[in-house]
Ligand binder design. Structure first.
Ligand code: URA
Length: 236
C-alpha cells in the first residue's frame, strides 16, 4: 500500500497533513526517513514510525456497535446521522455495516473491513440467529408462539422460517423477545403486524452469542478474537 494511504488509515492525519509530515522528516520506514508519500510499503512487515512512535496496522477491523435510534445504516443521508458518523475518519473509511437496522430500530450492529466476513454473514444461507426485544401496541397472543415456530406468511413468496418467540410479561404481554435466523426487509415488524400487533420499539439485543455487553447508544467496541472466530465458523 502507499505510505500516505497507510498513514491516513492509522490516524496520522489527512492526505495533505501526512504529506507535510513526511516532508518534515517525521516518518521513517525501517529506520530511514521517508521522502515520498507514494512510496509502496508492506503494511504488515515494515517498521513504520511517526514522530518516533511505531505505528501498527490492523489488517481487518471488526466492531460491535450500539446503533442509536434515529441514525441510518447508510453511507450518507441528508437528514440523519449515519452509523459511520460515530467512528473516526481513518476507521469509517475502511468499514461497512453487516446488514442494516431501520432508522427507528436500535441495538447491536456489526461493522467490518473484512468483505468475506460481511458477505458470509449476510448471505441467506448463513443463518446466525438474531434476537430482538420488541414492545408492541397490543398484547401478544400466546398462539403466536406456535405460529412463529411454524413459519408465517408476511406477504413474501415464502413463509418465514421457524422463529422463537418469548412473551415477556405475564401481566400485559406487550413485550417480547423474538429470535429469527433470516434478515428480510422489516422482518420483525412485519411478523408482528401479521398477528395484529404493531411494533412501537425495537432493539436488537443479540447476534449469535454476541450481545451489546454494556455498550451505550453510539458506543462501539472491537470484537474479540474469539467472537470473530465464532462468527466466522458459523459463516463457513
Ligand atoms: N426487523 C425490523 O422490522 N426492523 C429492523 O430494523 C430489523 C429487523
Amino acid at each position: 500500500m502507499r505510505l500516505d494511504k497507510y498513514l491516513c488509515e492509522t490516524g496520522c492525519g489527512t492526505r495533505f497533513e501526512v504529506k507535510k509530515k513526511i516532508k518534515q522528516g517525521l516518518v521513517t520506514v525501517n529506520g530511514t526517513p521517508a521522502k515520498d508519500g507514494g512510496m509502496i510499503i508492506d503494511e504488515l512487515q515494515d517498521y513504520i514510525c511517526f514522530n518516533n512512535q511505531r505505528l501498527s496496522y490492523e489488517k481487518d477491523l471488526y466492531f460491535a456497535f450500539y446503533k442509536p435510534a434515529g441514525c441510518v445504516t447508510a453511507n450518507e443521508d441528508a437528514l440523519h446521522k449515519t452509523v459511520f458518523d460515530y467512528f473516526p475518519d481513518d476507521i469509517r473509511k475502511r468499514i461497512n455495516a453487516v446488514g442494516r437496522l431501520d432508522l427507528d430500530t436500535e441495538g447491536l450492529l456489526f461493522l467490518t473491513s473484512d468483505g468475506d466476513f460481511l458477505h458470509h454473514l449476510i448471505s441467506p444461507s448463513h443463518r446466525v440467529p438474531k434476537t430482538y426485544y420488541a414492545r408492541l401496541d397490543h398484547a401478544v397472543p400466546n398462539s403466536a408462539i406456535e405460529s412463529f415456530m411454524q413459519g408465517i406468511d408476511i406477504g413474501d413468496e415464502k413463509p418465514t422460517i421457524p422463529a422463537e418467540l418469548e412473551i415477556l410479561s405475564e401481566e400485559d404481554c406487550f413485550s417480547a423477545n423474538l429470535k429469527i435466523c433470516e434478515g428480510r426487509f422489516h422482518q420483525v415488524k412485519r411478523m408482528f403486524h401479521s398477528i395484529g400487533c404493531e411494533v412501537i420499539y425495537l432493539k436488537r439485543i443479540k447476534e449469535g452469542a454476541i450481545t451489546l455487553d454494556g455498550l451505550l447508544p453510539g458506543e462501539y467496541r472491537k470484537l474479540t478474537e474469539d467472537e470473530i472466530q465464532q462468527l466466522k465458523k458459523k459463516a463457513n
